[in-house]
Design a protein around this ligand. Structure first.
Ligand code: SF4
Length: 414
């Protein structure tokens, strides 16, 4: 659709807009939030001799300071619960420029009809834009020292709460990526990197590039598929040799899968990764209730690994006003609370994970909010920094034990 539109409309200037999503300023260029789809569209449009301008966070649109008259506007979208930001941007663009506006991205792909109706855009683009997919994203438009690569699209699995199948229904994969490498830090946006039938070839390419000092490190935004790692444990060593850091393994299932998870973590450890740099990816506020999730967390502690957590929101959620700072709590009116969870449990689990991860990163056996916030003397904090939990608890009142199962929020007030 984009291809036809560009062809027939004699476009000379295109504006690409990232709405003013509620992302902290320091995270605007974070690898998780780069508008990679717009950067690929930019490369495509430039290949057709179209002048491109990227507007990030649409602040210039809101203030009215933009000095660019586009013939067409492309707006990206992210999570469904941030759709109001997309609507606001589309309305601003329609009012200011009066030209066609196309919306693409996650929300547009998951809820195209809703997107068309609510935003008032002219076209909705669902899924990947194939023509741009082959091009190297236009990094000249952003100030980042890493590059994003998709060596696969889609996924071989179809897990319940995941929207990948709807956005990228077909699993496709590349045999080689070495010609795409232009930066030294590589972030893979694959949903299931190890499922690529050419993954060994890709890892061997990365190993060569690393030897030649053409890349420093690689990272995968998603967790690795532990079932594949179990079947092909040698992939762990290839991941390590090719410079992957901070590997994650997903543990979506029940506590009973613990032996399997232990096996997967051990493959990574035997491949040379330190336990403290490994994370287990978990989804909470979903079907598995707090008590079982907390047992999973304690199991992760025994393995010495961090937890990478994701609070579940339904794919069609159109709001999410969860605030981690609300001490008085929030209700279903504010954000999605799964019937098997409570607001208190959600907050407690999140705090447990944060404290757990701090302990793993610091190599300590307890966490103390007052030590973190420097509310106790430096001498006291230093003296017991490496103590075991029992000793620390005698001297630091709010010492929290990551090895323990925490039943209710009273045990861990911050
Ligand atoms: S393995 Fe991951 S990406 Fe694939 S369907 Fe399951 S959750 Fe989604």
């Amino acid at each position: 659709m984009i291809k036809e539109l560009v062809k027939k409309s004699k476009i000379k200037k295109a504006l690409l807009v990232e709405p003013n999503f509620p992302i902290a300023n320091k995270s605007r260029n974070h690898k998780d939030f780069l508008p990679i789809g717009l950067l690929k569209i930019s490369s495509y449009l430039k290949s057709k001799d179209i002048e491109v301008k990227l507007l990030r966070f649409d602040e210039d649109l809101i203030s009215g300071t933009i000095d660019f008259k586009p013939d067409i506007v492309f707006v990206t979208s992210l999570f469904t619960y941030w759709s109001s930001y997309v609507t606001e941007t589309v309305k601003l663009c329609k009012k200011k420029f009066g030209v066609d506006v196309i919306v693409g991205g996650i929300y547009a792909s998951l809820m195209p009809e809703d997107c068309k109706k609510n935003t008032g855009c002219d076209y909705v683009h669902c899924g990947v834009f194939e023509e741009a997919e082959k091009l190297i994203p236009d990094y000249d438009l952003v100030d980042v020292d890493y590059q994003i690569i998709h060596s696969t699209r889609g996924c071989i699995r179809r897990c319940g709460p995941c929207g990948v199948y709807e956005i990228e229904p077909k699993f496709t994969y590349k045999k080689s990526i070495k010609e795409e490498i232009i930066k030294k830090k590589i972030i893979f946006y694959d949903n299931n990197f190890l499922a690529n039938k050419y993954v060994e070839n890709i890892l061997n390419e990365l190993i060569e590039l690393k030897k030649e000092k053409k890349i420093n490190y690689c990272e995968s935004q998603s967790g690795f598929d532990g079932r594949i790692l179990n079947k092909k444990p040698f992939l762990g060593k290839l991941l390590k040799k090719s410079g992957f850091k901070n590997p994650k393994i997903a543990w979506d299932g029940s506590f009973d899968e613990k032996d399997n998870i232990r096996k997967q973590v051990n493959i990574l450890i035997e491949s040379g990764f330190k336990p403290s740099e490994i994370s287990i990816f978990v989804l909470y506020n979903f079907e598995i209730p707090y008590v079982e999730m907390e047992r999973k967390r304690v199991e992760a502690w025994k393995l010495g690994v961090q937890i990478s957590d994701c609070r579940y929101r339904p794919l069609s959620a159109d709001f999410d006003n969860y605030s981690p700072h609300k001490r008085t709590g929030q209700s279903k009116e504010d954000y999605f609370i799964h019937p098997k969870w409570t607001d208190e449990e959600i907050r407690l689990f999140r705090r447990n994970i944060r404290s757990h991860n701090i302990c793993i990163r610091l190599g300590s056996k307890y966490y103390s909010p007052s030590a973190e916030r420097k509310r106790i003397s430096i001498d006291l904090a230093r003296k017991y920094r490496m103590s075991d939990y029992k000793t620390a608890k005698k001297h630091i009142q709010d010492a929290w034990n990551p090895a323990e199962f925490h039943e209710n929020s009273k045990s861990h007030l911050i």
